[in-house]
Write a protein that binds this ligand. Structure first.
Ligand code: 13P
Length: 281
């Protein structure tokens, strides 16, 4: 079933847990995430990031995501992740996504505000909730290990964040406090006090991007300090890859479909563990 981002966030808020927000730009990852959600029994956010267009287009993958979520008894939000422009977000909403992130964080403040406001206005007409971003995180959503070190000079400033939320009307905020997208090159130093300050100053739930690669304790501390949505992709895709790797040189395996089944199994246990971790604070 499909539920709204507001309903999912309210559930997380009431229970003091985090929502797993998982990117599924490959079919085995999608099937695995749906099955894992059904097993754990909490709402999950299924996401498609614009940066994953070279893997598969939202026009091809989006309808499968929407249809499988509708068919399932488990509750899903369908979220457009890191939308770079309003046209892309409109395309996703037309496909059936019901939640969106506009990422203007690489632009200057005024441009970010203007882009984000435009999306909030368009989304509000359709009853859709919006995530914005302020502050810069290194790395990218394709698991890029080249930059896996956070730069504390780029962390989100709570005063600027509060002003941004007031000026744009976003419903939740992606912020920079020590995580990076992709694989970490060194152990992350998470600024929990900053998360709490961002939450207090903005009054909206804080979104963690770069959710792969933290310990259970780190996830739980972030949630306790005000994170409600945790974006996750790299380690899911890596779990699928790790499950396939031992089979590649097996002379008894000659069909790609056997690798696809292994990838799905690897992704399933990884997704279930991640969803459980977010929900068991
Ligand atoms: P990871 O690459 O750390 O899994 O983060 C994914 C993400 O933040 C997508 O928006």
């Amino acid at each position: 079933m499909i539920i709204g981002l507001d309903e999912a966030l309210a559930f997380a808020e009431n229970k003091n847990i985090g929502l797993a927000a998982i990117n599924t730009p490959f079919f085995e990852g999608l099937l695995a995430t749906i099955e894992a959600t059904e097993r754990v029994g909490v709402p999950v956010i299924l996401q498609f990031a614009q940066v994953h267009e070279p893997i598969v287009s939202i026009e091809d993958m989006g309808p499968a995501m929407v249809e499988l979520a509708k068919r399932s008894e488990a509750p899903f939000v369908l979220h457009i992740d890191h939308g770079a422009d309003i046209d892309y977000i409109r395309t996703g909403l037309d496909i059936g996504f019901n939640s969106a992130m506009i990422d203007g964080s690489t632009h200057d403040y005024d441009t970010n505000v203007a882009m984000t406001r435009e999306v909030v206005e368009m989304a509000t007409e359709r009853g859709i909730k919006v995530e914005g971003e302020i502050g810069v995180m290194t790395g990218n959503e394709n698991g890029d290990p080249s930059q896996g070190v956070a730069d504390s000079t780029l962390y989100t400033d709570p005063e600027v964040a509060a002003e941004f939320v007031r000026a744009t009307g976003v419903d939740c905020l992606a912020a920079s406090f020590g995580t990076v997208h992709g694989v970490y090159r060194q152990k992350p130093e998470l600024d929990y006090a900053l998360i709490a300050e961002l939450r207090r100053a903005t009054g909206v739930p804080i979104v963690m991007h770069g959710g792969s690669g933290l310990s259970k304790q780190e996830y739980h501390e972030c949630i306790r300090h005000g994170v409600r949505k945790i974006n996750y992709y790299t380690y899911l895709a890596k779990a699928a890859y790790d499950a396939v790797l031992p089979l590649v040189d097996d002379p008894g395996i000659i069909l790609f479909s056997d690798l696809a089944v292994a990838a799905r199994t690897g992704a399933l246990s990884n997704a279930a563990e991640f969803i459980e971790t977010c929900a068991a604070v």
